[in-house]
Design a protein around this ligand. Structure first.
Ligand SMILES: [Zn+2]
Length: 165
């Protein structure tokens, strides 16, 4: 994982320094401009649905080339998680959605994901160059076991349970 090696203000090399109140060391600028706090990369994933169908996309990029995924992706600086979620849905599927509330979060050590469901409200299902295929699946047609990210698959399973019980 890439991280800061130099102060973004003065260009000095960062040096590891003990931070008393955190009881750990962090890379800091000795001029006092900057402390580097590595943080998780935020992503959003959206279960775009219409009745008993959900939209999945088949990835055209690694990791997980050729496997299925929920719509979503990395947030862009300057947007909220909600804005990023809706932007990704539109970019990847051409669909407009009414975003629901976040129903789950997932965290690894490098990225975290906020899950939303979203009712499809308009647009036209199209495939961007990020995907090999974008498709509506009835609940009983979902390609379980062929997902790029296990946490997407688990979130979708959990969500379907709440919809059908
Ligand atoms: Zn500095």
């Amino acid at each position: 994982m890439k991280h800061y090696t130099h102060c973004p203000y003065c260009g000095n090399l960062l040096v590891d320094k003990w931070i008393e109140f955190e009881e750990m060391s962090r890379p800091v600028c000795e001029e006092g401009h900057f402390i580097y706090y590595p943080s998780l990369v935020a992503t959003a994933a959206v279960i775009a649905y219409n009745g008993n169908s959900v939209v999945l996309e088949r990835r055209a990029i690694e990791p997980g080339y050729g496997k299925w995924n929920l719509l979503g992706g990395y947030l862009t600086p300057g947007e909220t998680v909600e804005e990023g979620a809706m932007r990704e849905v539109f970019e990847e599927s051409g669909l407009h959605v009414l975003l629901g509330k976040p129903f789950k979060t997932w965290s690894g050590t490098r990225s975290m994901c906020v899950y939303y469901d979203a009712r499809i409200s308009g647009g036209e299902l199209t495939c961007s160059n990020e995907s090999l295929e974008v498709k509506l699946f009835e609940f009983d047609q979902i390609p379980w076991g062929e997902f790029a990210f296990k946490h997407h698959e688990e979130a979708l399973k959990d969500w379907i349970v709440t919809r059908t019980t």
